[in-house]
Design a protein around this ligand. Structure first.
Ligand SMILES: Nc1ncnc2c1ncn2[C@@H]1O[C@H](COP(=O)(O)OP(=O)(O)OP(=O)(O)O)[C@@H](O)[C@H]1O
Length: 254
């Protein structure tokens, strides 16, 4: 397996606060890797640095062999690194289908003129975008609700739609920020299945922030633990589970 993402010495300061302090992590192709840690540990800040929302204070982020730290978010997304957010961020008034189409428009290369003239290449790209949206609506069980505004979907459906929106852009690295938050046990089980399918069928690597330890321990190939911005431990689920420093930080949550 080759390295898709290599992060070293990642540091993010906000004034006097060191939110992320020399974090290192690696994701290989088709791996599911999790970042865990108590509230405020710096997990989302790591995601924000990796996806170009923040320019890290220090450190190197290498994706597919190329340094990407400090690049704007849209360029990083175009390279195949896409994410969901801790709180659902869909276009609420748009339908489920429209949310999937809009996501793809941002990735389509056709220019303004091509759009106005509707060249054959533009029409083809539009037809493909529609096919892809229909495919992903079906995959997440929302075909019947394609024309319902996102705001009218149940919470679990909105969560799935966010993942589908990412998949429509054909990512290589899918980053999910607390995807199981607010889901019931059945929905969490389905999410576990879906994430594995994305890896197995579409070859995506997955980087996950998650507080649901059952899901994390079941699904992860590798786990990184951060505490107060600093790396605390990393390893396979069994290694992390039995690490005394991790048990202490989590007060025996496993
Ligand atoms: N833009 C910002 N400006 C100032 N401080 C910030 C900013 N973003 C995050 N922080 C601080 O950085 C620290 C880490 O926050 P972060 O959201 O990354 O933690 P987290 O591990 O994702 O927490 P949770 O599990 O609760 O989501 C916190 O102390 C937070 O208040």
């Amino acid at each position: 397996m080759s390295k898709m993402l290599e992060v070293s010495d990642l540091t993010m300061r906000f004034g006097g606060l060191v939110a992320v302090n020399k974090v290192a992590l690696e994701v290989e192709e088709k791996q599911i890797v999790s970042i865990i840690g108590p509230n405020g540990a710096g997990k989302t800040t790591v995601f924000n640095c990796l996806t170009g929302f923040y320019r890290p204070t220090e450190g190197v982020i290498r994706y597919a062999g190329e340094e990407i730290q400090g690049l704007p978010g849209h360029e990083i997304a175009r390279k195949g690194v896409v994410r969901t957010f801790q709180h659902v961020r869909l276009f609420k008034e748009m339908t489920a289908l429209e949310n999937l189409l809009v996501a793809q428009h941002r990735h389509m290369h056709g220019g303004f003129l091509q759009g106005i003239v509707k060249t054959p290449a533009f029409r083809r790209a539009e037809a493909e975008a529609l096919d892809r949206a229909a495919y992903w609506l079906d995959r997440i069980g929302l075909t019947e609700l394609a024309n319902r505004p996102a705001t009218g979907l149940a919470y679990g459906q909105q969560r799935r739609l966010e993942i589908a929106r990412c998949m429509c852009t054909q990512p290589k690295l899918l980053m999910l920020d607390e995807p199981a938050a607010g889901l019931n046990p059945k929905e969490t089980h389905d999410l576990d299945d879906l994430i594995r399918q994305l890896r197995d069928e579409f070859g995506v690597s997955v980087l996950l922030i998650e507080h649901d330890m059952k899901l994390v321990m079941e699904i992860s190939d590798h786990i990184y633990v951060v505490n107060q911005g600093c790396p605390l431990a990393d390893g396979k689920p069994d290694e992390v589970k039995s690490n005394p420093a991790v048990i202490k930080a989590y007060l025996g949550e496993f």
